[in-house]
Ligand binder design. Structure first.
Ligand code: ATP
Ligand code: MG
Length: 453
């Protein structure tokens, strides 16, 4: 209190003193915080430490959005946090955090950290380490946007603001803390976060925060592909993908990030397909239905596969080997920008490689396709292709009906078996066929891969 009073008059102290907003000055209530997170803050405070809900959760609650999760910031060090809880695990090597299991949640508890000087950056100004404990004020200052640097105490229902985040939340304004160029150089992902969060929150990006982005966009190329993948995945699964991609373009950020998408967006057919896919994804996310990242990446890259497939067939390659070559080429090209995890790659390939099998509607083949573990995803993909005008709508309709039909109707739906062709093939000179009679197929999919959705 005294310190805060003093801070009013002593300029040097000012940046260290938060502005504290009581419960009558903001809309966040303790009851909106998960029971687990409340338990953890209470326990830390009982033990004599500071403890606040921090970051995205406070921001979301201030804006009337339900937070995904609750993170806690404290002045306790990990080894002081851990013994306070029955189930707590110290994780991470570079910056150590504690995961506390409480009230059915896993709550991330991190110790206040300070930003480091220029000795912790690489030749592009990128931060290579930020693992120095600090004061709460320093912890606020090292965060990215002012709206992301608010601290909420569930016991007093106070919001502590060191960086002017409350007025920015009220104005729905994304503003970087500190000098924008330096902050983007430290971590170029902040440019993507600005665009993604603005779209998600319905905020504008403040002028000085937006201005350097097009100039610095190329720095995204220095971000490790795996981190970029995480960020792009968040962006595409935010429920606002269409808007976010449009905004990325406006800020000159789409190039270098997803060069292939760039090419695709410029092809009329591809644009339509991806537009349809992204709108579907956004709808599903907003309805809280599951979305498979593999499916999404399969759609984003499909037109590139089609292009390379056509080129290979044009050179006289047989259709299926040509398809597999195209799939491999597209995925390995993309891996240089975004490291798409292996488990997704396998699924993506399955979804693509099943597409030609929808054309086969005679004999036992449709039944075998129905039983394929990836049938549902591949069928959804076919529906999307039809909606975008890239596959025949009657074909998609046929499969929609076939799934729902009874035995008799199914039998009637089957196309006349191309018996003579089949006989010829089975007498042929040892062409390798799968046991189920499906076309020969190279599968890159290891068994047992799966992903949510
Ligand atoms: P989301 O709704 O996507 O989870 P978020 O802001 O909570 O958004 P997280 O990645 O969960 O994003 O990060 C939690 C907090 O950590 C942020 O609110 C911010 O304070 C801080 N933070 C995250 N990324 C950065 C970054 N690149 N630079 C500085 N601070 C960051
Ligand atoms: Mg978060």
């Amino acid at each position: 209190m005294i310190r805060r009073l003093l801070a009013r008059f002593v300029p040097g102290l000012r940046s260290d003193a938060p502005r504290v907003y009581g419960p009558d000055k903001h809309p966040v209530r303790a009851g909106q915080v998960s029971a687990g997170a409340r338990q953890v803050t209470r326990r830390l405070k009982e033990a004599g430490f500071k403890a606040f809900i921090v970051g995205g959760a406070v921001r979301d609650l201030m804006l009337g959005i339900a937070p995904k999760d609750f993170d806690i910031a404290t002045d306790a060090h990990p080894e002081q946090v851990k013994p306070l809880f029955r189930r707590a695990f110290v994780i991470g090597r570079r910056f150590r955090l504690v995961h506390v299991h409480a009230g059915g949640d896993v709550i991330e508890v991190s110790t206040f950290r300070a930003a480091q000087g220029t000795d912790a950056t690489d030749e592009h100004g990128r931060l290579i380490s930020d693992n120095v404990y600090g004061t709460q004020a320093e912890d606020a200052a090292r965060r990215d946007f002012t709206v992301n640097a608010l601290y909420f105490d569930p016991e007093t229902e106070e919001v502590w603001d060191y960086v002017g985040g409350v007025p920015d939340v009220r104005a729905r304004r994304m503003k970087l803390i500190g000098p924008p160029v330096t902050r983007y150089r430290e971590d170029p992902v902040r440019m993507l976060r600005a665009v993604r969060l603005a779209a998600k929150l319905g905020c504008t990006i403040e002028k000085k925060t937006a201005e350097p982005i097009p100039r610095l966009a190329d720095l995204i190329g220095n971000v490790p592909p795996a981190r970029l993948f995480d960020e792009v995945q968040k962006l595409l699964l935010s429920g606002h993908a269409v808007e976010t991609l449009r905004s990325l373009r406006e800020h000159g950020l789409h190039r270098g990030l997803l060069p292939m998408i760039d090419v695709i967006l410029d092809q009329p057919g591809g644009q339509r397909f991806i537009g349809v896919a992204l709108r579907h994804t956004d709808e599903r996310v907003r309805e809280d239905r599951s979305v498979s990242p593999a499916f999404l990446f399969a759609t984003l890259l499909w037109h590139e596969v089609l292009g390379q497939w056509a080129a290979a067939k044009g050179k006289g390659e047989r259709p299926l080997p040509a398809l597999f070559d195209a799939m491999d080429a597209v995925l390995s090209q993309q891996a240089q920008q975004l490291a798409i995890p292996r488990r997704f790659e396998a699924t993506i390939k399955e979804v693509w490689s099943l597409q030609p099998r929808f054309e086969q509607r005679a004999g036992q083949r449709p039944f075998r396709l129905l039983e394929h573990p990836r049938f549902r995803m591949a069928y959804d993909f076919l529906v999307l292709r039809a909606e975008a005008g890239e596959a025949q709508q009657p074909l998609a309709d046929w499969w929609t009906r076939f799934q729902e039909a009874g035995d008799e109707e199914r039998a009637a739906m089957l196309k006349p078996d191309e018996a003579p062709k089949k006989r010829r093939r089975s007498r042929g000179r040892g062409r390798k066929r799968r046991e189920d009679g499906a076309p020969e197929e190279r599968s890159g999919a290891p068994p047992g891969d799966d992903e949510p959705g």
